[in-house]
Design a protein around this ligand. Structure first.
Ligand SMILES: C[S@@+](CC[C@H](N)C(=O)[O-])C[C@H]1O[C@@H](n2cnc3c(N)ncnc32)[C@H](O)[C@@H]1O
Length: 219
């Protein structure tokens, strides 16, 4: 994940980790963006052009890939850092409170590998809040399977985010805690896919598909 404004001393670290990712099958954005496109075309059933909020967008690599679809009108990336990013159908908004999002009412919210950073126990509140401003929420997140898998996820999260100051969670969702989160958010699950393969090559061997799930929620 590359941020818009790289700090000088972090450039070399970011370059090396991006290179490792490219060589060893670690580019997750390809498979995730294809899956999102498929869900938007087949499951969501929108009859008109849609607007999307990419919440916790990072450098919007996924939005950059999906923006070319004709059925997408506009994508607003929302995150906590400063940026003047503007690109074709994309714009960026730095937010501090979810209430600020009122002015970005949209058809779909994307939460791609963001919810676990919010906190497993309190993520239902964010889901509830975001559902006030959108018709559908598409989530990609992680499942842990015991201690080793949890520490593996923490290590990979650290590797992917060390240059950006993102908080690394102590725990991740299990199927049980994800079901509880949906229940507490009072939303309905329209689509669920566990064992979603996001990587190829060595990266897929290290963090295989049982660690990834996709869920689509609506009111
Ligand atoms: C693992 S990155 C994912 C970035 C992007 N969604 C992607 O898939 O490439 C997690 C992102 O969540 C953002 N984030 C963390 N806590 C957040 C919060 N409370 N509100 C909004 N964004 C947050 C981080 O700044 C970071 O960009």
């Amino acid at each position: 994940m590359i941020r818009f404004e790289k700090k000088e001393h972090l450039k070399i670290l970011i370059f090396i980790s991006d290179l490792i990712r490219k060589v060893f099958g670690g580019d997750r954005t390809k498979r995730i963006s294809k899956k999102i496109e498929l869900i938007l075309k087949k499951e969501a059933g929108f009859k008109k052009k849609i607007s999307i909020v990419d919440f916790g967008c990072g450098s919007m690599e996924i939005s950059k890939k999906i923006q070319h679809n004709k059925f997408i009108n506009k994508i607003v990336g929302v995150d906590i850092f400063k940026s003047k990013f503007k690109y074709k159908k994309l714009e960026y908004y730095q937010y501090s409170k979810t209430k600020d999002l009122k002015k970005y009412k949209c058809d779909v919210v994307l939460l791609i590998d963001v919810l676990h950073h919010i906190g497993i126990g309190k993520s239902f509140k964010l889901l509830k809040e975001l559902s006030r401003y959108s018709k559908l929420i598409i989530i990609k997140d992680h499942f842990e399977h015991g201690q080793i898998s949890r520490q593996l996820l923490r290590f990979v999260d650290f590797y992917a985010n060390y240059a950006y100051g993102v908080v690394i969670p102590k725990i991740y969702y299990s199927e049980k805690s994800w079901t509880k989160t949906i229940k507490m958010s009072k939303l309905k699950q329209l689509y669920f896919e566990k064992n979603f393969q996001q990587h190829d090559g060595l990266f897929n061997l290290i963090l295989n598909k049982k660690h990834h799930f996709i869920s689509v929620l609506k009111k």
